[in-house]
Design a protein around this ligand. Structure first.
Ligand SMILES: Nc1nc2c(c(=O)[nH]1)N[C@H]1C(S)=C(S)[C@@H](COP(=O)(O)OP(=O)(O)OC[C@H]3O[C@@H](n4cnc5c(=O)[nH]c(N)nc54)[C@H](O)[C@@H]3O)O[C@H]1N2
Ligand SMILES: Nc1nc2c(c(=O)[nH]1)N[C@H]1C(S)=C(S)[C@@H](COP(=O)(O)OP(=O)(O)OC[C@H]3O[C@@H](n4cnc5c(=O)[nH]c(N)nc54)[C@H](O)[C@@H]3O)O[C@H]1N2
Ligand code: SF4
Ligand SMILES: [Mo]
Length: 764
């Protein structure tokens, strides 16, 4: 077994030219290096071969869909999936001795990378009021402590229950059931910081919060937009789908302020010919857009399509679809014709011809898919931008038919499933009514708190109890100083976790670490060996079965922890929830889900079939559950992001070697950045104007209309071909710069991709 590092790795930056292709041999070698470091080679090979296979482990990485059962490759995983699974399957362990050696204050000074590298958590720990150390506690005492705190609150709304998208459907369902039986809808989740803007805009305009396409649609599209996403790093197997689409003749338009490697070329490591040569070109057109300019881009495209229709009446728009299935067209069209080219060019930084060329691509294409991710949702105008994408799709009837549609590319492997299971602070009455019928208690109806509002409520002393099931809330949330103070003001903070992270070091008066099984591990309960289920980005629900021996004999599953906590907190009431039966046999949970969630009827039987269940999407059946009963065109004021002279618009993003808040190494291979994450990427022309050069040390200072100083210190400047006026730096190191009040309109999602900053020369 390799020992975990005792020291923090030092920053030692080297910069090489960014790569112009993704995946291929170095990707495979690189994944193996990380595997060997984390686990024994034998164990790692066993895990990987069952990954994303029928009856195997669902990759704990992103939510990208698997090909149909007969079409899966023997190695149906990517470099990063291999890293994520090996990070969980590490042979390193954290024991009670570790916490004796390291005080909470000491751990609080460590990076999340170092904390994660110490290995798997092995037994429940408590930090008592006034103490600076975690000490062991039995499960019984830990759960009693939590239950007593919950019973002592003045109202159930003084508690919040956070989840991250790695938890299974079964655990998510049990968690929301417990929270609602206890009496609150305070169910913030990582989705509030991720695709909330997509959910809001799609719900409003199409009547469903989910994407409308499956893998087959991508394979058969004529034109695919990749907007605000970096698939080479964050959804690598999407590149295989794009490769297949291209071999079927698809064209691809990538829209991004950074020329990301995975948008340019792809060498498929699953194919012999993928290992040599140039690989496949991905983007036929690359729009080097300014951050936040996408709304203007789609407005311009919409205007151009309307004008093309004027020139060739009846030949451009899908009138049958517009007349039969949509509302609001006339008003939208009038507004869209007025969008000003000056605004569009200022907002996008593109040339008019580039946008006209994309219009021509659209006019040549029968079937169009638009894919997007955080580059769209994490902006102040994320919701109206997605509305414009919907307008764009509606104009030519690119919805509800094969090869066309909307594809918000989800992050966490089960983030979409968590929502299906009721993890949302504002679940509709239809869901709450179903819970009431099934379990005989009256769930609270008032909307609960999302992530940002939970922090505000903590700050105001309205929240006393925080339970996080998976995730790293403190690091994932914006405005680190504010969030940390808010967490510290709680009476009790507790986390159900596989590995140590920064959130465990920012404690309420009492703090608990509740270690749990990971997805790779065998889950044995009284009723026998269990599997769980998850839902991918394309609404396919399937099983995941871990096979490894648990990291410690003291680990409980998430379902077991939550069912036991519910029994201790709620006793025999309210209603009749068979918590014990749920814990013993997860199929009992699925039987109930089957009666509550539309589309999951006969859940246990259907999910056991190879490939699982594809949840119906009403849009694909021509049903729009919107205010007008139709797909809604909307009119949105054009937004031109403006940054004061001498400032830049900063986006905070992921490197190739990290999983969200957890960096695995200091490298970002595709961008040519090695040995340090404290870097800020800036366009050379902007550096010139700011009298800075590569290698200079700067502080990033966030500019916001309050008096608080938000400063991230000691970043090295890297000249990089990012769009003019913008900069990029890694999250979570830059979390301190994102003001809590800087949120997307309507979705309340933090604007992690649109922070106005100035670069100040660091004092040496
Ligand atoms: N390896 C790995 N995989 C992951 C994750 C991980 O941390 N590591 N995280 C998972 C999760 S939870 C998520 S949500 C997804 C995130 O997947 P992505 O959304 O791809 O993740 P980000 O790194 O945030 O990158 C956003 C991309 O948007 C671009 N961008 C930024 N601003 C704009 C803009 O205004 N307009 C346009 N057009 N583009 C813009 C950036 O340059 C970048 O390429 O990945 C998932 N997969
Ligand atoms: N500035 C900025 N902020 C952002 C973003 C950004 O782009 N920029 N992205 C946002 C996005 S898209 C997201 S999704 C959030 C991510 O927010 P989170 O989902 O809260 O964060 P993660 O880093 O994925 O959480 C990692 C932790 O999850 C725990 N874990 C892993 N697997 C399991 C498991 O199987 N069970 C349990 N119980 N625990 C497990 C481990 O303890 C690990 O330390 O961050 C958001 N915050
Ligand atoms: S693309 Fe996503 S789901 Fe697929 S193996 Fe890679 S990380 Fe896992
Ligand atoms: Mo995410």
């Amino acid at each position: 077994m390799k020992k975990p590092p005792r020291e923090e790795p030092r920053d030692d930056l080297t910069v090489t030219p960014p790569k112009t292709w993704a995946a291929g041999v170095p990707a495979v070698v690189h994944a193996l290096e990380y595997s060997l470091e984390q686990t024994s080679p034998r164990q790692s090979a066993v895990d990987l071969l069952t990954m994303n296979q029928v009856d195997g482990i669902d990759c704990p990485g992103c939510a990208w869909a698997d090909p149909a059962p007969g079409r899966r490759h023997r190695n149906e995983y990517c470099e990063n999936g291999a890293k994520h699974i090996n990070d969980e399957a590490t042979t390193r362990r954290i024991t009670a001795g570790f916490f004796r050696e390291h005080s909470v204050s000491d751990l609080g000074r460590r990076s999340d990378m170092w904390l994660n590298q110490q290995g798997r958590l092995t037994e429940p720990m408590v930090k008592r009021p006034g103490s600076d150390h975690y000490e062991p506690i039995s499960w019984r005492d830990a759960l009693n402590l939590l239950a007593e705190e919950l019973k002592a609150l003045d109202t159930p709304d003084e508690a919040v229950f956070y989840t991250s998208g790695r938890v299974s459907n079964e655990a998510a369902f049990v968690l929301q059931l417990f929270a609602r039986a206890y009496g609150t809808n305070n169910l913030p989740d990582c989705s509030n910081m991720c695709h909330e803007s997509s959910g809001f805009a799609l719900h409003e305009t199409l009547g469903t919060g989910k994407g409308t396409v499956g893998l087959d649609d991508l394979h058969h599209a004529d034109l695919i937009f990749l907007v605000g996403q970096n698939p080479g790093t964050n959804h690598p197997r999407q590149l295989s789908a794009l490769e297949q689409a291209k071999s079927n003749g698809a064209r691809i338009v990538a829209v991004n302020p950074l020329p990301e490697a995975g948008l340019l070329r792809f060498k498929n490591p699953q194919k012999a010919r993928g290992l040599i040569g140039q690989g496949v070109r991905i983007a036929d057109r690359f729009l080097h857009i300014r951050p936040g300019g996408d709304m203007a881009l789609f407005q311009a495209l919409n205007r151009l399509l309307l004008e093309a229709e004027d020139a060739r009446p009846g030949k451009v728009l899908d009138h049958a679809f517009i007349d039969g299935c949509t509302s609001g067209f006339e008003e939208f069209a009038e507004h869209a014709r007025d969008v000003s080219w000056d605004d569009v060019l200022a907002a996008t930084g593109l040339a008019r011809e580039e946008i006209e060329q994309v219009r021509d691509e659209v006019l040549r294409s029968e079937r169009v898919v638009v894919c997007w991710a955080m580059g769209i949702t994490q902006h102040k105008h994320g919701v109206p931008t997605i509305r414009e994408i919907v307008n764009f799709l509606l104009l030519r009837g690119n919805l509800g038919r094969a090869g066309a549609g909307a594809c918000p590319v989800r992050g966490h492997s089960n983030v979409q499933g968590n929502r299906t299971m009721g993890i949302w602070e504002q679940m509709p009455d239809s869901f709450l009514d179903a819970l009431q019928r099934e379990f005989g208690f009256d769930p609270p109806r008032a909307h609960g708190l999302d992530s940002v509002n939970s922090i505000k409520a903590m700050r105001e002393g309205r929240i006393k109890f925080f339970l996080g099931v998976a995730g790293n809330f403190v690091r994932a949330a914006p405005d680190s100083a504010v969030t940390e103070e808010a967490m510290r003001s709680c009476r009790l903070t507790a986390h159900v976790s596989t590995k140590l992270n920064g959130s465990h070091t920012v404690c309420g008066q009492t703090a608990l670490i509740l270690p749990t099984l990971g997805r790779t591990e065998r889950d044995r309960q009284a009723g026998g060996e269990q599997f769980v289920t998850v839902e991918n980005s394309m609404s396919e629900v399937h099983t995941s079965r871990g096979r490894l021996k648990p990291a410690s004999s003291l680990l409980l599953s998430e379902v077991a922890i939550l069912c036991r906590l519910a029994r201790r907190t709620l006793g025999d009431g309210p209603g009749n929830v068979p918590w014990e039966e749920f814990e013993a046999d997860y199929s009992a949970i699925r039987d109930r889900i089957a009666r509550i969630v539309p589309g999951l009827h006969d859940f246990n039987r259907r999910v056991a079939r190879p490939g699982g269940i594809r949840l119906p999407n009403p849009v694909n059946e021509g049903v729009y559950r919107t205010a007008t009963g139709k797909a809604m065109f909307t009119s949105n004021a054009c937004h031109v992001p403006r940054v004061p002279e001498g400032h830049l618009l900063l986006q905070t993003l992921r490197s190739h070697d990290q999983w969200n808040t957890i960096p695995y190494t200091h490298n970002d291979r595709y961008r040519g950045i090695h040995g340090s994450r404290r870097v800020v990427m800036v366009n050379p022309a902007d550096l010139n104007a700011l009298a800075l050069t590569g290698g200079d040390r700067v502080d990033l200072v966030s500019v916001w209309h309050d008096d608080a100083e938000r400063r991230a210190e000691g970043f090295e400047v890297v000249p990089y071909p990012t769009a003019r006026g913008s900069a990029a730096a890694y999250y979570p190191e830059t979390q301190v710069l994102v003001p809590l009040d800087s949120v997307a309109d309507l979705s309340n999602q933090p604007t992690s991709k649109g922070i106005v900053v100035r670069l100040e020369r660091a004092v040496p």
